[in-house]
Design a protein. Sequence first.
Length: 285
Amino acid sequence: MQNKMPPIILPKIDFTREFAFSDQEFERIRQLIYKEAGIALNPTKKDMVYGRLVRRIRELKLNSFAAYIDFLQSIAGKREFEQFVNALTTNLTFFFREEHHFQILVAHLKTLAGKGEITIWCAASSTGEEPYSIAIAALEALGSGHRIQIQATDLDTSVLEVGRKGIYSADKISRLPAGHAARYFDKLPDGNFQAKAQLREMITFSRLNLVDANWAQRKSFDAIFCRNVMIYFDRDTQLAVLKKFHPLLKAHGLLFVGHSENFYFASDYFTLRGKTVYELARGKV
């Protein structure tokens, strides 16, 4: 009787992807973005990482994820690291997001009227909708007679440039409260809207990495907004950032955080004052 040939087992090929992307390569990327930006990528985000980085691989004319990771860690790839971080950071934002925060901010600023310069830090400014919302709220609370300085920082350099220009599409502007578009924005010939000079002059945009050991911030603030960014950090990183916020907040200052962020473990430094709004813990002021 003739023996049957054993079945031929072909290697599994993923025909849906242009480049192979192994679990080991994904893990190397997770480690790199954690070290650089403090972002703890969920293990389920492999497909998202592929989709965001494959464009960089094509742009650089590399032939694999392994080659891209090696390039990132080379001297020649230093500049690419900025693009790498930009690609993997999330920048979902819109005007007056979490509206209750701005009502609290307005009430807070009114208590500071006539007490000198007001300083606010927007520590994850993204494309600028948040710091412009803060500027509008400040003007609504105090008028134009007060000196108000807003420091807007982000890790992603590309979104900072959008914020500096202050130009937004009509659908983004439609989220503004009634009357605010005409009062605070100029309509451009192409149908977009640009923040008026008065708003743009209130805000300074600059790059800052929250997980860096040292920050360039030297002044203290009446309010700090750091919303929907620390949710991507592990607890140790969150606590390290909160400890550095603490001496930068004035005694009466408020810390505004995202709707999914809870920092009960930092009670030695901050006390919950209202819905996702913190103040300095007593005895730590």
